[in-house]
Design a protein around this ligand. Sequence first.
Ligand SMILES: [Zn+2]
Length: 119
Amino acid sequence: MNITVSNLSSNLEELVRFTCDYLGIQPRSLEVDVLEVTGYQGMCIDLETDSFLILVKNHEGQHETLAHELVHVKQYMKQDLGSLLGTEEYETSWWEQEARSLSKQIMEKFNERNDSKKQ
Ligand SMILES: [Zn+2]
C-alpha cells in the first residue's frame, strides 16, 4: 500500500494505516491532501481501480473526516460505491450513514489505542 499524506497534522498517516486495517482494505495507492473548497469537510475520489485521492479540510475534526472518507474507500472497493452514487438521497443514503457511524467507532478505537500507549 502506497500512502502519500501532504503536510496536514502529523499522525494522519498513522490514522490511515489504522483505519485501513480496521476496515480490512488495502488500496494500492492512497493520497491525502488538503481540501480548500468551502461547504465540504472532506472528499473521496476514486482515481482508478484501488487508487484513491482523499481531500480533507484542515480543521479541528480532520481526523474523523479522514476516517469518514476512508469508509467511502472501503465502500468503493468492497461495495461498488461508484455505481451507486446518485441512486439515493445523499444525506440519508446507507453509505453516508455507515460512514458517519463507522468513523466515530474508528476514532474511539484509535484514541483508546493511543491513550493506552501513553500509560
Ligand atoms: Zn461521506
